[in-house]
Design a protein around this ligand. Structure first.
Ligand SMILES: Cc1cc2nc3c(=O)[nH]c(=O)nc-3n(C[C@H](O)[C@H](O)[C@H](O)COP(=O)(O)OP(=O)(O)OC[C@H]3O[C@@H](n4cnc5c(N)ncnc54)[C@H](O)[C@@H]3O)c2cc1C
Length: 372
């Protein structure tokens, strides 16, 4: 069984950022990307196009590519490139990171496995996948979270109504059903939007979209008991945002291509350009953190919905067990489930591991030099 300086668990954005940092710091690393199953339930799969970050934009590459094409007298090709849009999404970012690491960093071993258990034994962590065991001095956990999905009743191909969350997926994949106000909220400028939710948080998001972008809209409780304060109800009324209690009975769309709205049994259809899901989290993938006894946040919630506590170095309450990405919460700042925060937490974690490893190297040298 090999012994690594750092084991990174998770092949999402936070895992990728950690792996690249570990690769570039020269750390002896093992990176677990997860399995088909864990990948399917990860948030990275849902991101269609990232456009809330400077630098991550197709314009930068297009500019350079068209210059090269024009220089080589390939004007027609340059025109095609200029007119095209190239989505940049998490899947592409992760694939590119894996390829870069495979091509240039032999200090990183990449494994497509899910880690099913973890144990701290003295100063080491023993990690088990269904088929193998691994040993590491430190761990960076980056297993993410999953959003609660709306269950919608919709007729299937035979006309029978089926209640499922699967009806929403095609529109989520096309960035018409949104999940992240900081990442995708700007798309809704001047549009009509349905916020699917029933809580004060849903009300806050609806108000925020109206105040920022003039969004008109609805809060669709989809049959759930509404839990929105009087003060917020007054503001929503002022902003002309209607709260609709009725269960959704159909999605109005062009097949799976374009969302147009929602139907209900006892009221008129609602036509919208976007829907934003605000139902909270279905899961925080904190199982491995719980196995090593790491402290959790969000007291009062069921364990599987609690974020993992970290400090400013992204370290959990367990020494050398770091957690990064969407699964964490800090006491001193609001939750920031974003690509750039995942990267920042990742760099803090891996640099701390690197600092500790190098300190041990130096201490050993100085110890050996001491007069006996
Ligand atoms: C629809 C949508 C759009 C978004 N758009 C943007 C955007 O435009 N800009 C932005 O900044 N942010 C955006 N976000 C947020 C961003 O995608 C997340 O912050 C980011 O994906 C979090 O990365 P993560 O690595 O923590 O988790 P994830 O991306 O969810 O990755 C978790 C990884 O862990 C793996 N895993 C899980 N369990 C195990 C296990 N036991 N062993 C091994 N591996 C395991 C999974 O396979 C997966 O690879 C968006 C989110 C959503 C849902």
């Amino acid at each position: 069984m090999n012994n690594y300086s750092i084991a990174i668990i998770g092949g999402g954005i936070a895992g990728s950022a950690s792996a690249l940092r570990a690769a570039q710091n020269g750390l002896d690393t093992i990176w677990f990307l997860g399995s088909k199953q864990t990948r399917k339930r990860s948030r990275s799969q849902w991101v269609a196009n990232v456009d809330n970050m400077i630098g991550l934009h197709d314009g930068i590459v297009k500019d350079q590519v068209t210059k090269v094409l024009k220089k080589n007298k390939l004007g027609e090709a340059a025109e095609i490139v200029e007119k095209s849009h190239f989505d940049i999404n998490n899947r592409l970012i992760i694939k590119n990171t894996v390829e870069r690491i495979q091509a240039g960093y032999p200090n990183v071993r990449i494994i497509e496995e899910e880690i099913s258990s973890i144990e701290k034994i003295d100063d080491n962590f023993l990690l088990k996948s269904p088929d193998n065991n691994y040993n590491s001095e430190s761990v960076v956990l980056a297993t993410g979270v999953m959003d609660e999905q709306p269950f919608i009743i919709k007729p299937d191909k035979t006309g029978n109504p089926v209640e499922s969350e699967k009806w929403i997926y095609p529109f989520a994949n096309r960035e018409q059903v949104l999940y992240c106000i900081r990442c995708e909220g700007h798309l809704t400028r001047d549009e009509v939007v349905a916020i699917i939710g029933y809580s004060n948080i849903a009300a806050e998001l609806a108000m925020m979209l109206h105040e920022r972008f003039g969004v008109k809209g609805y809060i669709l409780a989809n049959g759930k008991p509404i839990d929105i304060s009087e003060e917020r109800r007054t503001l929503l009324h002022h902003y002309d945002i209607e709260i609709v209690e009725n269960p959704i009975t159909d999605i109005i769309s062009d097949g799976a291509k374009q969302l147009h709205g929602f139907s209900f049994d006892t009221r008129d259809d609602i036509l919208v350009r976007f829907a934003l899901v605000s139902l909270g989290l279905f899961r925080v993938y904190n199982d491995l953190a719980r196995q090593v006894g790491a402290r959790l946040m969000d007291e009062g919630l069921p364990d599987e919905k609690r974020h993992i506590w970290i400090n400013h170095k992204s370290e959990s309450s367990v020494h050398n067990f770091f957690v990064v990405g969407d699964a964490v919460k800090r006491e001193d700042e609001p939750v920031m489930k974003q690509i750039y925060t995942a990267q920042e937490y990742a760099v803090r974690a891996v640099d701390t591991i690197d600092n500790r490893r190098r300190k041990v190297l130096r201490d050993n040298i100085l110890d050996n030099k001491k007069p006996q």
